[in-house]
Design a protein around this ligand. Structure first.
Ligand SMILES: [Zn+2]
Length: 79
């Protein structure tokens, strides 16, 4: 039955494409905007796109549901 619904399949494909584009947006444009709230250092994408790392204070901010969580309380510090 699902094969007879090509529109639906295209829709779900479009959704994953949007997620991919969003990840790419984090990688390029957003990274220029995002900075560590503690020391204002620009962050870099780490852990296969699931975290944003500050090169200065080494805090790693999580990305939850494709949304960067730039909160000091949510960050983990990597050695
Ligand atoms: Zn920092």
């Amino acid at each position: 039955m699902k094969i007879l619904l090509p529109d639906r399949r295209e829709t779900s494909f479009g959704c994953s494409a949007i997620v991919k584009n969003w990840t790419m947006a984090i990688d390029s444009e957003l990274l220029e905007i995002l900075a560590c709230p503690a020391c204002k250092t620009p962050v870099t994408l780490v852990n296969e796109g699931t975290g944003l790392r500050c090169g200065d204070c080494r805090r790693v901010f999580p990305i939850k549901d494709d949304i960067p969580v730039m909160l000091i309380d949510e960050a983990t510090v990597e050695p």
